[in-house]
Design a binder for this molecule. Structure first.
Ligand code: MLC
Ligand code: AMP
Length: 507
C-alpha cells in the first residue's frame, strides 16, 4: 500500500538535488536535503510514540524546518494541525483539547506558556525554532535521512484546520489526502506550474493559502520557493527579479502598488500573480495591469473546500470575478433550501467535488448543517454565475469579517466584549479599510449608569483574543439599531461607520 499524499507531493523528489527552498539569506535547500530533514523529524515523532492518525498541533514561526515538519507528518501518517502564530494560549487551549492532539509543537519562546496547555489535555510538548533549534530538532539530530513511508489511504485524514463559526466554537475541518492532492493537481495544471517556477512565498504557512495552495502546487510541479518569513515589501521587491510567480491576499497587491519601485521592469521575469482569500477590488486589478502589464489571476476558495474557482490562465481574467469552477468541482447557486436559482440570480454558492472536506472533527451536527446529503457544501458566500460560467461573489450570508485575509468572527469578539464590566451589549462589524480590505469596529452599549473607558476595554482583550481580531475603533452608543424581530441591524451600523478607516473626499 502506498501513501498517496507523500508519494505525490514529495516522493518524486526524494533524491533530487534540485533547489526546493531559497532562504532570505540566500541559502538554498535541495529537495533531497529537505526530505532528509523531514525523515529525521518523522523518526523523532515516531520515537515520541506517535502513531498514524494522531494529531500534531503546530504553532511555530515560518521556516524551512516548519515546512519539513509538515512533510514528516505526511510521511509518518500523522494528521497535521497548523495554528495561527497570533493565537493566545487561551485560544490554543480549545484547539488542543478539542482535537485531542497527541503532540503540541510550539516556538521555543512560547514553550513555558504552552506546556501548561499541553499538560491540561494530556498532550506532549516539543519546540521548534527558526534557526534549526528546539527540542524536536534535538530529537531529530543524528536520525537517519530516510524513513519508511507509512501506508495511508486517499480517504485518510491529512490535516485538520480550525475555522470559526458564526455561532458556537471553532470547528476542525477534516481534510483527506485526496482533498489536498486533487486540488494541488488541478491548480498546478490550470496555472501552468512547472519545475522552472520559482514562487515568492510570503504568506503564513498555517492556512490553506500558504500551505495547500502555494506550497503544494510548487511541490507537485517540482518548482522552487523563495521562503520569506512574512510580507515585507522591501524583501518582495528585492527578490522579485528571481521569481516567476507570487501568491497573495489583496493586501499584498495594494501594498506593492503603493511602492513606486514596483513597475513593469521589476516584474518582467514574472509570469503569474495570484490573488485570493478576500475580494480583490476590480480597481486594484486594473491599476496593477496599467502599472505592470500583468493581469492578476483571482481565485476563490476556503478552508473546507480548498480552491473552488479560478480565473483562466490563458483565457480572459475578469476583474471583479473569481472565474470559473475548477476541473472536477461542481458549483451551483442556490436558495436557502438548496434549489438552484435562475442563471444570473444571486444565491448561496454550493460546491461539490474531490476538494470538499470530510466534515468537522467530532461535530456531526455541525457537519450536517453545512454539508448536504448529496455532497454539496454550503459555503455561506453569496454569488452569481453568468452565462459563460464566471462566478462573482457579491457578499456573505455569514457574519464574517475578512481583514488582510484573516477571518474574524464578530460573534467571538462580541462574546468577549459582552463579558467585560460595564458593557451591556456590543456589535462588531467590518467596514472598508484601505490596507486590509476590512477593518474591525466595535459598537458598545454601556450598562445603565456605567461609563465605558474604551482604552481599558481594548487592553482587556489582550491575552483573550489574537491581536488581529481586536477592534481598531470603539464607538459607544445608547442602543443598537434593531429590526422588528429584535435582531441587530448590522447593515445599518456598517453604513453609519463606513468612514471609520477611510477619509471620504469632501467637496
Ligand atoms: C496583522 N495584523 C492584522 C492582520 N495582520 N490585523 C488585522 N488583520 C490582519 N490580517 C495586525 C497585528 O495584530 C499587529 O497589530 C499589526 O497588524 C502588525 O502586525 P504585522 O504582523 O506586522 O502585520 P503585517 O505584516 O502588516 O500583516 C498583514 C498581512 C498579514 C496582510 C500581510 O496579515 C498576512 O500575511 N495575511 C495573509 C493571511 C492569509 O494567508 N490568509 C489565507 C487564509 S486561507 P498590533 O496591534 O499587535 O500592532 C483562506 C482560503 C483561501 O482564506 O481562499 O485562500
Ligand atoms: P477561510 O474560512 O479562512 O478559508 O476563508 C474563506 C472565505 O474567504 C470564503 O468563504 C470567502 O468568503 C473568502 N474568499 C476567499 N477567496 C475569495 C475571493 N477571491 N473573493 C472574495 N472572497 C474570497
Amino acid at each position: 500500500m502506498s501513501n498517496p499524499l507523500f508519494d505525490r507531493l514529495f516522493g518524486p523528489h526524494v533524491a533530487s538535488e534540485r533547489t526546493f527552498l531559497i532562504l532570505p539569506d540566500g541559502r538554498r535547500i535541495s529537495y533531497a536535503a529537505f526530505l532528509g530533514r523531514a525523515a529525521a523529524f518523522a523518526h523523532a515523532l515516531t520515537g515520541l510514540g506517535l502513531v498514524p492518525g494522531d494529531r500534531v498541533a503546530v504553532q511555530v514561526d515560518k521556516s524551512a524546518d516548519a515546512l519539513a515538519l509538515t512533510a514528516a507528518c505526511a510521511q509518518a501518517g500523522l494528521v497535521f494541525l497548523p495554528l495561527n502564530t497570533a493565537y493566545t494560549p487561551a485560544e490554543l487551549d480549545y484547539f488542543v483539547g478539542n482535537s485531542g492532539a497527541a503532540l503540541l509543537v510550539a516556538s521555543p519562546a512560547n514553550a513555558a506558556a504552552l506546556a501548561e496547555v499541553a499538560a491540561r489535555h494530556g498532550a506532549q510538548i516539543q519546540t521548534l525554532g527558526t534557526a534549526g533549534d528546539g527540542t524536536l530538532a534535538d530529537l531529530a539530530e543524528g536520525q537517519p535521512a530516510t524513513y519508511p513511508t507509512v501506508p495511508r489511504a486517499e480517504t485518510d485524514l491529512a490535516a485538520i484546520l480550525y475555522t470559526s463559526g458564526t455561532t458556537g466554537r471553532s470547528k476542525g475541518a477534516m481534510l483527506s489526502q485526496r482533498n489536498l492532492i486533487s486540488n494541488a493537481d488541478a491548480l498546478a495544471r490550470e496555472w501552468h506550474f512547472g519545475p522552472e517556477d520559482v514562487l515568492l512565498h510570503a504568506l503564513p504557512i498555517f492556512h490553506t493559502h500558504g500551505l495547500f495552495v502555494a506550497t503544494n502546487v510548487t511541490l507537485i510541479a517540482g518548482g522552487a520557493m523563495i521562503l520569506l518569513p512574512k510580507l515585507d515589501i522591501d524583501a518582495l521587491i528585492a527578490w522579485m527579479p528571481q521569481a516567476t510567480a507570487l501568491m497573495g491576499v489583496p493586501t499584498f497587491y495594494t501594498r506593492l502598488l503603493a511602492d513606486p519601485r514596483f513597475d513593469r521592469a521589476l516584474t518582467a521575469h514574472m509570469r503569474l500573480f495570484v490573488s485570493g482569500s478576500a475580494p480583490l477590488l476590480a480597481e486594484t486589478h486594473r491599476e496593477f495591469e496599467a502599472r505592470t502589464g500583468h493581469r492578476i489571476l483571482e481565485r476563490y476558495g476556503m478552508t473546507e473546500t480548498n480552491m473552488n474557482t479560478s480565473n483562466p490562465y490563458t483565457g480572459e481574467r475578469r476583474p471583479g470575478t473569481v472565474g470559473l469552477p475548477l476541473p472536477g468541482v461542481e458549483l451551483r447557486i442556490c436558495d436557502s433550501r438548496g434549489t438552484p436559482v435562475q442563471p444570473g440570480e444571486i444565491g448561496t454558492i454550493e460546491v461539490r467535488g474531490p476538494n470538499v472536506f470530510q466534515g468537522y472533527w467530532q461535530m456531526p451536527e455541525k457537519t450536517a448543517e453545512e454539508l448536504r446529503p448529496d455532497g454539496f457544501f454550503i459555503t455561506g458566500d453569496l454569488g452569481q454565475q453568468d452565462a459563460e460560467g464566471y462566478v462573482t461573489i457579491v457578499g456573505r450570508g455569514k457574519d464574517l469579517i475578512i481583514a488582510g485575509g484573516y477571518n474574524i468572527y464578530p460573534k467571538e469578539v462580541e462574546e468577549v466584549l459582552d463579558d467585560l464590566p460595564g458593557v451591556l451589549e456590543s456589535a462588531v462589524i467590518g467596514v472598508p479599510h484601505p490596507d486590509l480590505g476590512e477593518g474591525v469596529v466595535a459598537v458598545l452599549v454601556p450598562r445603565p449608569g456605567a461609563t465605558l473607558d474604551t482604552a481599558a476595554i481594548a487592553a482587556a482583550l489582550d491575552g483573550r483574543l489574537a491581536r488581529f481580531k481586536h477592534p481598531r475603533r470603539f464607538v459607544v452608543v445608547d442602543a443598537l439599531p434593531r429590526n422588528t424581530m429584535g435582531k441587530v441591524q448590522k447593515a445599518a451600523l456598517r453604513k453609519d461607520h463606513a468612514d471609520s478607516f477611510i477619509q471620504t473626499a469632501r467637496t
